[in-house]
Structures are given as structure tokens and as C-alpha cells.
Design a protein. Structure first.
Length: 273
């Protein structure tokens, strides 16, 4: 008899097992909602799926009578633009800082303590400072994501570089490679898939900072809309928005994983071993 740790599901069973928690969650919600609405038809805490669909169609998916815009898609586009810019800048800074910190001992000795200390500063705590310095526009929101995510990526890449096989570096130096050549020709190409992994791990954190900044100062965005309607206890709109944010985060993670497998197949095979 096979031990449990050695039993692996086939593709179909793995898909079913993956869907099972979601199905259970939906069933539990439907029963809980039906129970509350049966006791009080005006209950707002657990709206039915039909109520959520009706509210979203009326308030978010129908063109605005004033501007003709569809609020839901405007909010989505605004949030994705901020998130994409923040993550992109963080990834670039993470690569530019993480590689030298992990590769060059003098740089590591001089800046590693500072990066470690800076990563401990709660980004949300300095959000008022960002609004004072950059104003209430887009720069402050993107800056919050960058400040919150970059140190995580930097420290992760630094550790990855430090774990890099020393034999490769010694062989390259024996063949006359300079420090610059080592970084550009050997380290960076092998760190790029690891950079995508780091970005995937920080997506949830980036969403937290984005929603926080939009909740405080914005005129559009998914976080702005959630905090705008919370004063009316509009769970029939809040829950679909939260679900949509979850779907977007999952899709971003999925796309980054597929890009890693497609562009760096050697890395995907290595992880599978």
C-alpha cells in the first residue's frame, strides 16, 4: 500500500481537488445567505447571488447617465494601471539592487543593513508623508507600492544571488570575466525567472498597498469604490468587487507562472525535479 505522501493525483483529479474548496465555499455562502434572508428579507450582510448580480448590473456595469462610462471597467483599468506601474518599477529596482548586494561583498556590507531596516518600515504608516510630498495624485499611490514591494524583492534576489553556485563564478573568473561580465552575462540571466517568482510572491502585498491608497485618496479604482459604498453597507457591491480583485490577482499570478515556464523552460524543469 502506497504511503499518503507518495500518492499523486492525475490531472483530472487534481483539477477536481482544486475546485472542491471553492465549491464548498459557494455552497456554504448560499445556505448562509438564504438563512439570513429568510429571517430578514432586508438583511444586507449576506446578499443573495441574484441581488449582487442585479446591483452590479445597475450600479457598476451599466453606462453612467452623466458620463456614459462604465464604472466597473473604469475602476478596473485605473487600479491595474497603478498596480502594473508600481510592480514594474519595483521589479526593475529589485534587480538593479539585489544583484550587486548579493554579488559584491563591499556593496552588501554597506547597504544590506539599510535595506533590511528599510524593509521593516510599515509602508502604510508613511502614506500620509507620501501624500504631503507627492500630493494626492497617482504618484503617491504608485510610490506606496514601490516602497512596500521593492525591499521584499531586493532581499529575496540578494539571497538567491548569495546561494548561486560558486563554481560557476570561479570558472568564469578563471577565463578572465570581470565583475561586470559576471553580473550581466551569468548572474542576471539566471536571476530573471527568480525575479518573476519574487513578483508573484509580492502580488498580494502590492494589492494591499494599492487598495489602501485608493481608499484614502482617489476618485476611481477598485479600492476607492469599495470604501465609497461601505457607508451604505452595500455588501451586494462590495463582495463582487472583492471577488473581482481576487480573480485579477489569480490571473496575474497565473500569467507570470506561464511566462516563466515559456521563456525560461530550464527553470521550470529544475523546479519540477
Amino acid at each position: 500500500m502506497k504511503r499518503l505522501i507518495n500518492r499523486k493525483p492525475n490531472r483530472g483529479n487534481a483539477l477536481l481537488l482544486g475546485l472542491l474548496p471553492f465549491v464548498i465555499l459557494v455552497i456554504v455562502y448560499v445556505f448562509a445567505s438564504h438563512s439570513r434572508l429568510a429571517d430578514n428579507a432586508e438583511d444586507k450582510l449576506l446578499p443573495s447571488i441574484a441581488q449582487m448580480a442585479q446591483t452590479m448590473d445597475k450600479s457598476a456595469l451599466s453606462p453612467s447617465k452623466r458620463s456614459g462610462e462604465i464604472i466597473f471597467w473604469n475602476d478596473t483599468l485605473a487600479s491595474l494601471q497603478r498596480l502594473g506601474l508600481g510592480i514594474g518599477i519595483s521589479a526593475a529596482l529589485g534587480l538593479m539592487l539585489g544583484v550587486p548586494l548579493g554579488l559584491i561583498p563591499l556593496v552588501r556590507a554597506g547597504f544590506s543593513p539599510f535595506i533590511a531596516a528599510f524593509s521593516m518600515v510599515p509602508p502604510i504608516a508613511i502614506l500620509p508623508i507620501l501624500f504631503i510630498v507627492f500630493g494626492m495624485g497617482e504618484v503617491a499611490k504608485v510610490a506606496l507600492i514601490v516602497i512596500g514591494v521593492t525591499p521584499i524583492i531586493v532581499r529575496d534576489l540578494q539571497h538567491r544571488v548569495e546561494e548561486f553556485p560558486k563554481e560557476q563564478l570561479i570558472k568564469a573568473q578563471t577565463l578572465g570575466a570581470s565583475s561586470w561580465t559576471l553580473a550581466i552575462r551569468i548572474i542576471v540571466p539566471q536571476m530573471l525567472p527568480r525575479l518573476l517568482d519574487s513578483v508573484r510572491l509580492t502580488l498580494g502585498t502590492a494589492w494591499i498597498f494599492l487598495i489602501s491608497s485608493e481608499a484614502i485618496a482617489a476618485t476611481e479604482g477598485l479600492g476607492y469604490r469599495i470604501f465609497l459604498v461601505r457607508r451604505y453597507l452595500a455588501m451586494d457591491m462590495i463582495l463582487p468587487y472583492v471577488l473581482w480583485i481576487t480573480v485579477l490577482a489569480f490571473l496575474a499570478d497565473f500569467i507570470l507562472k506561464k511566462v516563466t515556464c515559456k521563456v525560461f523552460p530550464w527553470y521550470a524543469k529544475k523546479d519540477a525535479l
